[in-house]
Design a protein around this ligand. Structure first.
Ligand SMILES: Nc1ncnc2c1ncn2[C@@H]1O[C@H](COP(=O)(O)OP(=O)(O)OP(=O)(O)O)[C@@H](O)[C@H]1O
Length: 331
């Protein structure tokens, strides 16, 4: 559905995107994360045809943007909706007029514009605000209007550029639920650029990390956060854990299947390993529960605990104590 092969893009002889290769399935919600300036927005703008690129292929719904005429590009852009952090509503137009705007530009029939705008406002839960001005809306409501407008031309792809970054956590959740519903009900492919890891965990199926214009990691959400590649560590940093004296903390990467298998209970009951839970961080992603569990074990029982993890294919890392109590770092 979106296929990118060896895409390069530069501004003023400075390479911004380097050898980008990505393949996004139809109906997928795909996250793109990376540090500020990594090239996320530039890549998104290439996907919707707003930016030209130097070399490579970018194929969206069978259309290769590398070899498209201006007229074809205009038609192509009907297939792509886009929402932004600052909502980009026209302040002099009321809510329904904002939603209608793309259809007016494409000279839709007046009655159809009205019916469709109302249906879209109903979809985003704002039909009762159709005559309000943007200044009378909250941030979350403005983003809902922007989403309705982005859907007005019936796109197959919705691009979200930091769409929830200006919103509080509860409003963010409600917008993410709306995007997930739209994805499910309308089958629209969604590409999400964000710096919020919670957004990725909440709605994405897969995610890519971009650093200095290159894709440095790509996987399912669960694998990206459990495998903790260097690329992810560069982005989110490393946590610090204090280790009790004569103990080792084992950091366990747990997936739904492990949680369901009562693996901790078996560690204690079948292997007689005594442990304390130091910290736990289990999250509900779009498709699964996963996270990290830190347990501390006596150094004398460490080998048994390790063998148990290896026999059960539970991924782990060790945090060693270097003497008296507190210590940091994961090996
Ligand atoms: N129109 C432009 N002309 C020249 N350089 C640009 C232009 N647009 C972006 N850049 C540069 O391209 C690089 C990538 O910018 P981009 O906005 O894609 O990054 P980003 O990952 O989206 O960052 P952020 O998270 O801060 O929005 C930056 O170094 C930026 O300065």
């Amino acid at each position: 559905m979106i296929q990118i092969h060896n895409l390069y893009k530069s501004y003023h002889h400075s390479e911004i995107l380097k050898k980008i290769n990505l393949s996004i399935e139809k109906g997928e919600i795909y996250g793109l994360i990376g540090q500020s300036g990594a090239g996320k927005s530039t890549l998104l703008r290439c996907v919707n045809g707003l930016e030209k690129f130097d070399t490579g292929d970018l194929i969206v719904e069978g259309v290769n943007l590398a070899s498209i005429t201006e007229k074809e590009l205009r038609n192509f852009r009907k297939k792509i909706g886009m929402i932004f952090q600052d909502f980009a509503l026209l302040n002099r137009r009321n809510v329904i007029e904002n939603v209608s705007l793309p259809m007016e530009c494409w000279k839709y029939d007046k009655k159809e514009i009205e019916t469709r705008s109302e249906a879209l406002l109903d979809l985003v839960g704002l039909l009762n605000k159709k005559n309000c001005m943007p200044s009378e809306l909250s941030g979350g409501q403005k983003q809902r209007v922007a989403i309705a407008r982005a859907l007005s031309l019936n796109p197959s792809v919705l691009l979200c550029d930091e769409a929830t970054s200006a919103l509080d956590p509860n409003t963010t959740d409600s917008i993410l639920r709306l995007l997930a519903d739209i994805n499910k009900e309308l089958g629209i492919t969604i590409m999400v650029v964000t710096h919020e890891m919670s957004v990725v965990k909440n709605i994405c199926d897969r995610v890519a990390i971009i650093a200095k214009g290159s894709i440095v990691a790509e996987d399912t959400v669960e694998n990206i956060f459990l495998k903790e590649s260097l690329a992810l560590q560069d982005l989110v940093g490393q946590e610090s854990i204090s280790v009790p004296e004569n103990q080792t903390v084992i950091k366990l990467a747990v997936r739904s299947c492990d949680i369901d298998k009562n693996f901790l209970w078996k560690l204690a009951s079948e292997n007689q390993v005594k442990f304390s839970i130091v910290s736990a961080n289990i999250e509900q992603s779009k498709n699964n529960r996963f996270g990290h569990l830190y347990i501390s074990v006596d150094n004398r029982e460490l080998d048994i605990a390790r063998s148990y993890c290896e026999a059960n294919e539970i991924q782990y890392t060790l945090v060693h104590s270097c003497g008296k109590g507190a210590e940091v770092g994961v090996s």
